[in-house]
Design a protein around this ligand. Structure first.
Ligand SMILES: [Zn+2]
Length: 194
């Protein structure tokens, strides 16, 4: 039996409208299908997470696949740090899409979000990764001190970014980096939510 076949579906009620928020028990975030609110379950309560979608111009009619990312503003920083919130394989070979986006410093045009699906990274875990993204971004000679890890992260939110599916790849709309579809175990869930 594979690990994924043991994953159970769970259902929570949206605190805003009372309708069901469906997901898997491996999900860190749950989105309401009716009012687009997003919540992170935590110790007997649901913490609200701001949720937005990036709007990009379609290129050549390829379908969009909406991937969820954590986005943090940085104290005194001019750029946002973007962290993959979805399950992703082979980061060591192809790099993290969120890190590439952070380095590209995209101007994010925001619009109404699609339904959230496949967000498996909790805010605390995303904050830890954001610190390493921050270190990976700058001139290494300026980031040798461990105090740089105490970076203050502001305004955590989840942003859905549409990647285009072209053949067997998902393409980052800002850097045009390509990632093989098999590196995304939840590809079907993103596609259905789009
Ligand atoms: Zn709702």
């Amino acid at each position: 039996m594979t690990q994924r076949s043991q994953i159970k579906a769970v259902s929570l009620k949206c605190p805003d409208c009372g309708n069901a928020m469906d997901g898997l028990d491996t999900d860190a975030l749950f989105g309401c299908r009716d009012c687009a609110a997003v919540f992170e379950p935590a110790e007997g309560r649901l913490d609200r997470v701001p949720f937005q979608a990036v709007v990009v111009e379609p290129i050549g009619g390829a379908p969009f696949v909406h991937l969820p990312f954590w986005v943090f503003n940085v104290e005194n920083g001019r750029t946002a740090i973007i962290v993959d919130a979805f399950d992703y394989r082979r980061r060591q070979y192809f790099g993290a899409p969120g890190l590439h986006l952070t380095q590209t410093k995209p101007a994010l045009t925001l619009g109404p979000p699609p339904r959230l699906a496949g967000a498996v990274l909790r805010r605390k875990e995303a904050e830890d990764l954001a610190r390493f993204h921050f270190l990976a971004m700058g001139d290494p000679s300026h980031h040798e001190r461990i105090e740089d890890l105490s970076l203050v992260l502001l305004d955590a939110r989840v942003v859905s970014i549409p990647f285009q599916r072209r053949d067997r790849h998902l393409v980052d709309p800002f850097s045009c980096a390509e990632y093989p579809v098999w590196a995304f175990p939840d590809l079907d869930r993103f596609t259905k939510a789009s």
